[in-house]
Design a protein around this ligand. Structure first.
Ligand code: BF8
Length: 633
């Protein structure tokens, strides 16, 4: 059987054959069983916001044109869109708030076991926020930064969120003000957005969309706090080498898979795993403990610890089907409840850790900030125990993995480029843009989506852009896909880059004494904030707005609500933003026109919804060329 229509990844294809042979169900089987999917839901025309519903509005004008309360198609679609954005904002921000509160408690001396690893980043963030740093010790300053971050949630200053302004050029910030899309606090806007989309509330689609953008910018602040504070805690990523794909599982080691998003848990797990290596060896695992990651927890640990990536979103079940995963420990987000069905067929321990993320039947080891070391020990020992129950006859690790380079924080990039231009390292990029060697920059974000073959759109859009001299940076599951496909390696430059991009990379390699990969892995999804930091640095250096730059975004396989939030703030920042799957807004021509056309007039950014990866790349390149032309004028 061929599985190319399901996944482009040969390791996934191999495991899908095994799943079919053994009668094990995967995400792809459930997707097939779900067909046909509801046309009303797919187009955003189903309203369940009150108990009189669900109301479904007929897009063809043959059925009801209004809901029971009289709500029209455009209001239903816009309200649903806003609620989707808010889902993303709540997700990123809850993650960020945990890190912020932990940082505050650690600085206050209430929690032990964590420390500030990156004082330089602490100073950088304090300066960015305009805090007085003179004469303050690390604890004092940490406390102030953490309190400022927490203040961005609850808006107790009654002011605009302080983490937003320094992240964008002044002119863009003024535009946000004009559009009235700056919230006083992340929680404030979530509260307001859920309220304004409730029954009997905002019915004006344009007003609703601006409310959605306000929530999206709050999401951006949540992402920024998540990145900045995690760097302060665990260190700002520097260039690392590692590997990706199911082949990183080690038959002769305890394989401990970390999955989810928060580095607060996974950093403790990897630290503890290193300390308990001998216990694993005593248990018979000659290679000790192999900590590997899925989704953005994987990206966080890769960036700072060099831990290999075992799977991106769509193949999380397949990692267990190898029979070699001794424990899968999960924290928050993108965790399929179906993992329990799969672990039931193997010795694998599925461990949930967060009070608000439990899965029926899974072992729950509560991970508390105050007992993090003991909790991590219990998790690692559970994995070692499970290793003893592993059945060697059921182990099938696909022989597919690729080497990769990651760790490209803005700091790491600027450190490297300062060897070329010590005063203005950013000019290494702007000069290459001016010379035409770099035609533009594309930020890749997002997931896998079972509606399109796993990783195929990611890889095809990226190859097409690289061939046309577009410098690509990536986060999240798309970065993982690039890793699996060898695109995070210098060797990929020769294979896939256009002549201009090749020249840029070769000159950089000569000057740096180090080869850079074709695509720069910038981290997890919250680390899209790093890409914005880079874009803003370029814009400020050139004295233009970020929306003037030949800078585009692409989410070829977007799936999660978080991807919709990120896409919406990317548009607000002025980036033409490609989405490679259908978005449930097509039920309203008005909302679709606003998102895909009119947004450009107001914000410079807009959505390009395009399923064909080649056509998508063409549209992005056309936009890059238009911007280059305008910049030269
Ligand atoms: O935050 S890319 S599937 S893992 S949502 Fe989830 Fe999407 Fe993966 Fe990370 Ni982002």
């Amino acid at each position: 059987m061929s599985f190319e229509s399901k996944s482009q990844d040969p390791a996934s294809q191999e495991m899908l054959q095994l799943a079919a042979d053994k009668g094990m169900e995967t995400i792809w089987d459930r997707y097939e069983a779900m067909q046909p999917q509801c046309g009303f839901g797919s187009t955003g025309l189903c309203c369940t916001n009150c108990l009189q519903g669900p109301c479904r509005i007929d897009p063809f004008g043959e059925g009801p044109s209004e809901g029971i309360c009289g709500v029209r198609d455009y209001s239903v679609v816009a309200r649903n869109l806003v609620r989707t954005i808010v889902g993303g904002t709540a997700s990123h921000s809850d993650h960020a708030r945990h890190v912020a509160e932990l940082l505050r408690e650690v600085a206050a001396g209430h929690i032990e076991g964590y420390e500030v690893k990156d004082e330089e980043k602490l100073m950088k963030v304090a300066n960015k926020l305009g805090l007085e740093t003179e004469g303050k010790d690390v604890n004092e300053l940490t406390k102030e930064v953490a309190e400022e971050a927490v203040g961005n949630f609850i808006g107790y200053h009654g002011e605009e969120m302080s983490f937003l302004k320094p992240m964008v050029p002044e002119i863009r910030y003024e535009l946000f003000k004009e559009c009235d899309i700056i919230a006083t606090g992340i929680n404030d806007v979530i509260n307001q957005a859920i309220h304004r989309t409730a029954m009997g509330m905002d019915a004006d689609p344009v007003n609703l969309i601006f409310g959605g953008l306000k929530a999206a910018l709050a999401d951006f602040v949540g992402c920024t706090i998540g990145t900045d504070l995690s760097d302060i805690f665990f260190g700002t990523p520097q260039v690392v080498e590692s590997e990706a794909n199911l082949g990183v599982l080690d038959e002769n080691a305890v394989n401990l898979v970390v999955h989810g998003h928060e580095p607060v848990l996974s950093e403790k797990v990897i630290e503890t795993a290193r300390a308990l290596e001998d216990e694993a060896k005593e248990a018979g695992a000659e290679n000790g403990i192999n900590v590997v990651g899925i989704c953005c927890t994987g990206n966080e640990l890769l960036m700072r610890q060099g831990a290999p990536l075992v799977a991106n979103y769509a193949s999380q079940e397949l990692a267990i089907m190898t029979g070699a995963a001794d424990a899968m420990v999960v924290d928050i987000q993108c965790i399929m409840p179906s993992l329990k069905n799969v672990t039931d067929c193997f010795h694998t321990e599925l461990i949930t850790t967060m009070p608000h993320v439990k899965i029926p039947g899974a072992r729950h080891i509560q991970f508390s900030d105050t007992t993090a070391d003991q909790d991590a020990e219990e998790i690692v020992r559970t994995a070692i125990d499970a290793y003893g129950r592993r059945n060697p006859d059921t182990v099938n690790i696909p022989d597919h993995k690729s080497k990769l380079m990651a760790g490209f924080s803005v700091e790491a990039l600027m450190d490297a480029f300062s060897k070329i231009n010590e005063e203005e390292p950013i000019s290494v990029i702007t000069d290459a843009i001016a010379a035409g060697d770099i035609r533009g920059i594309a930020v890749f974000a997002g997931c896998n989506n079972v509606k399109t073959p796993q990783d195929r759109n990611h890889v095809e859009v990226a190859k097409e852009l690289a061939k046309n001299d577009v410098l690509c940076v990536a986060t999240g599951c798309v970065a993982n896909a690039f890793g699996k496909n060898g695109l995070l390696l210098p060797e990929a430059v020769e294979k896939y880059a256009g002549e201009g991009l090749k020249k840029f990379f070769s000159e950089a390699a000569d000057a740096l004494g180090m080869e850079l990969p074709l695509i720069l892995h910038m981290g997890s999804c919250v680390d899209n904030s790093r890409a914005v930091e880079l874009g803003t640095a370029i814009a400020n250096y050139l004295g233009v707005d970020i929306g003037d730059l030949p800078l585009v975004a692409s989410a070829p396989e977007a799936m999660h609500e978080k991807a919709v939030s990120i896409g919406s703030w990317a548009v607000s920042l002025g980036l033409p933003t490609h989405v490679g799957v259908d978005v449930p807004i097509t039920g309203s021509s008005l909302v679709t026109e606003v998102g895909t056309k009119i947004a450009k007039d107001v914000l410079d950014g807009y959505f390009i919804i395009e399923k064909d990866p080649k056509v998508a790349a063409e549209k992005l390149i056309a936009e890059i060329d238009e911007r280059n032309w305008l910049l030269e004028m």
